[in-house]
Design a protein. Structure first.
Length: 151
């Protein structure tokens, strides 16, 4: 077997194609935080899909706004998105139902202030999960006891 292996050398196994989660995790951090292999794969993907490259830059800039809590720069970012031709980001900015322009003051406050309602949302989610588990099995008194014991 050793002679056969030496006679027919094989190439490295083909690299697994990156998943959508991999690609999105390469878009949001600063490019310096990617290792060499990730940066190379990301460059190859951007070369094959120029639309993703046009989308990646504004998304990365928005991630930096969130991480650095620079809500005051949101208007400038929105103007830059409007100047580009990426339709998905246009609907994110100006969407009729879900656009951030609908409630700009709240978005700027969320990007600027260090306060968060994440803990409250987590408790609401937990209570709803307990309620769904007990659906059709018991009455409100038992639900109340389970919620109070969980707290």
């Amino acid at each position: 077997m050793q002679r056969l292996r030496e006679a027919f050398p094989h190439d490295d196994p083909p690299r697994k194609a990156p998943s959508v989660r991999d690609v999105t995790s390469w878009i949001t951090p600063h490019p310096d935080r990617l290792d060499d292999d990730q940066a190379q794969q990301f460059k190859q993907i951007l070369a094959r899909c120029p639309a993703l490259g046009r989308t990646a830059e504004p998304v990365r800039a928005f991630a930096e706004l969130m991480n650095d809590r620079r809500g005051q720069d949101l208007g400038q970012w929105m103007d830059g998105v409007q100047a580009d031709d990426v339709a998905a980001l246009h609907s994110f900015v100006n969407g009729f139902v879900n656009g951030i322009g609908k409630d700009l003051d709240a978005v700027v406050a969320g990007l600027s202030l260090r306060y968060s309602s994440g803990a409250v949302e987590g408790h609401n989610n937990k209570i709803k999960m307990v309620k769904r588990q007990m659906f059709g099995r018991a009455n409100f008194d038992l639900l109340r006891k389970r919620v109070l014991l969980a707290a």
